[in-house]
Write a protein that binds this ligand. Structure first.
Ligand SMILES: [Fe+2]
Ligand SMILES: [Fe+2]
Length: 264
């Protein structure tokens, strides 16, 4: 049996040494063969150090994608290149560049960072100003509408990547796990037990990714798709159709923890 820990939004740079020790103990006691991390590991400055922390304290394989916080104080391309180099050096798997992987007989894993694309319900009417806009070089200094173009481009790239990977994975496995940072549907954007309001939803949802997943779930009706995501820090699940389920993991700054143990 495979037993894997899923962790989302650990924000290790916000954790005290005691909180890190508690988390380390939890990972150890979980007796897993690997860990999937769905982003917001830290910020760019400490990212390698905290990836090393995961490598050191995780038994077995490490699969990860990055969240918006992981790019703070740098550019998206530079951080992704650093993560890719780190993954190669440590024999870990950065999902943006990894081949589809077998987690257990009949079960595969694919993934991508993803990005919120402002396509629901209205980016233009949202009054939220995300820290992304000033702390990530790709957005800094851009006006609101130019930032939106960048968000849509990033989301479309993630949708294109996941389609390619799912088509390949579907040839090998009937159950496909999809790990990503940003929820692909507004209905999966949980926070404090509620769905995000009209101002937050544009920054919490990767609509391009979600629409592509629906197309793929229709194209492969005998397959089951299970999305693992985070970003909103509220936990919940949503099934837009019978063979597609999205699970959003709860998280709290300063208290990294195992979101859930997956067993196959
Ligand atoms: Fe987060
Ligand atoms: Fe996030």
């Amino acid at each position: 049996m495979s037993r894997v820990a899923w962790v989302t939004d650990p924000h290790l740079d916000h954790a005290s040494p005691e909180a890190l020790e508690t988390f380390q103990g939890e990972l150890l006691e979980a007796r897993v063969t690997g860990v999937i991390v769905t982003g917001d590991i830290a910020e760019s400055i400490g990212l390698q150090r905290y990836l090393d922390w995961f490598r050191e304290h995780c038994r077995g394989d490490l699969w990860f994608c990055l969240g918006n916080h992981d790019f703070y104080y740098d550019s998206i391309d530079r951080v992704r290149a650093t993560a890719a180099a780190w993954a190669r050096e440590t024999a870990s798997y950065y999902l943006n560049i990894a081949e589809p992987m077998e987690m257990a007989p009949g079960v595969g894993l694919v993934g991508h960072d993803g990005w919120a694309d402002g396509r629901t319900p209205s980016y233009e009417r949202s009054l939220v100003f995300m820290h992304d806009s000033r702390l990530i070089a790709d957005f800094a200094g851009q006006d609101k509408l130019t930032r939106w173009e960048t968000m849509k481009r990033l989301a479309d790239e993630s949708a294109n990547w996941i389609e390619q990977q799912i088509v390949r994975a579907a040839e090998r496995w009937r159950t496909i796990y999809v790990a990503t940072h940003v929820p692909p549907y507004r209905e999966a954007c949980w926070y404090n037990g509620e769905i995000s309001d009209d101002h937050w939803a544009p920054h919490f949802t990767n609509v391009a990714f979600g629409e592509r997943l629906i197309e793929l779930a229709d194209r492969f009706p005998q397959h089951r798709f299970h999305v693992l995501c985070g970003h909103t820090h509220g936990g919940g699940s949503y099934s837009p159709q019978a063979n597609l389920t999205v699970e959003t993991g709860a998280a709290e700054y300063g208290s990294p923890r195992v979101t859930r143990i997956l067993e196959w």
